[in-house]
Ligand binder design. Sequence first.
Ligand SMILES: *Cc1c(COP(=O)(O)O)cnc(C)c1O
Length: 489
Amino acid sequence: MNSKLYGNLIFELSKPGREGFSLPANEYGDYAVPEEMRRKDDAPLPECDEMTVVRHYTNHSGNNFGVNNGFYPLGSCTMKYNPVINEETANMAGFSDLHPLQPDCTSQGALAVYYHLQKSLAALTGLKEFTLNPFAGAHGELTGLMIIRSYHAERGDAKRTKVIVPDSAHGTNPASAAVCGLEVVEVRSTPEGVVDVEHLRTLLDDSIAGMMMTNPNTLGLFEPQIPEIAKMVHACGGLMYYDGANLNPMLGVSRPGDMGFDVMHINLHKTFSTPHGGGGPGSGPVGVREGLEHLLPRPKVVLNDGVYSVERDDKSIAVGAYLGNFAVAVRAYTYILSLGREHIKEVGPLATLNANYIKERLKDVYELPIDTICKHEFVFNGLKDKSTGVTTMDVAKRLLDYGFHAPTIYFPLLFHEALMIEPTENESLDTIDSFIDVMRQIAKEAAEEPDTVKNAPLRTPIGRVDDVLAAKHPILTYWQLLADKADNA
Ligand SMILES: *Cc1c(COP(=O)(O)O)cnc(C)c1O
């Protein structure tokens, strides 16, 4: 790629007077824009020919890293392969050209997808009914907590203002609770990395609205005490919330509804294979057990006498104007149908096998703080040999040089050098073996030539960025960049 011709910024390629378009003659006459609404100067837009624009963006797109480029073991994110058939169905004109407000009788197919996806999720989780309205996992958490609040309000119980969240929880859990106006009470983990039931016992009283749990938790561990925990929380009058972002290893194997959970969300963009990253698109359906269905948000899709329709209710909670992120629902439903009842059961065990295989083959060189069988992911606490000064950040950056996406780093917060690896079920043994080889190679480099690792990445278009500076002093426009350069000159 000729970086001078196809430069970093489209503005740098601009030549005054260059055009990449020609507009047809105006057939409609001139309509003056009122003077006060007119800009004083021309918009400072780059001026380029069409071919320059096409090459500029095409070459930049090649710098993206996605699941289709290489291994992407980003823990907690379930970066699984997004089958092309999902895209084909989501792009069918009958789905993609709809308007959310067109009459139900003209969108029966789309409503059928919603309806049957709701039913499929209920069957897979053992809960009674689902809404597809929330737009992400965190939005699902908020919706679920609003349902828990409505449950207590309906019973006239205003005392319950607190929600219990484990110290290993994803950051969205306490954030959602706070947005919902609930106070967060943190329950500790045991040295084995699961909820400390004895500590939990001391937190339970009639101020508790409910408890949020993630299972397997963010360390990738199955929480063995769930039945007892659910009994304790229910006995004090609270409800059990299941953060289902980690549903992948459980698919078709065990169901939150059978474990005693009352409300849960699912991340369709994780477990059900919709591409995500860069902030979207997402979908966080929320399910409830029998007896709580009436508290789900409206609008919802119902089926009566073979006809699908959208039910609205002004008194229900509302979390979005329409029925959620429809294209994500189409992809997820396609994924469920293409795997079918027979194969969906294989997802969890394969994801679990892949994670355990990597863990066992690397634990002699990376520190494994909790050495037990994991589910779909696990956490190392940096390199085993701490004398080299090579950090988890360095290892993550060096992986980029070898063509792998880095795992999640410095989360969960329980370990200082956390490195969280989630391979998903899709990877072949060859890919996983080559990842293991590279991780071992990096450990060797850390011992023999630590500066190579500390200066990584050395082979990517951009080297190590200063995360803090980028956050504190963001430069978001070309004009800001020029001003900044002038200031520093
Ligand atoms: C990803 C994740 C969430 C949040 O989901 P978003 O769709 O990113 O809002 C919540 N909990 C856990 C455990 C997660 O991994």
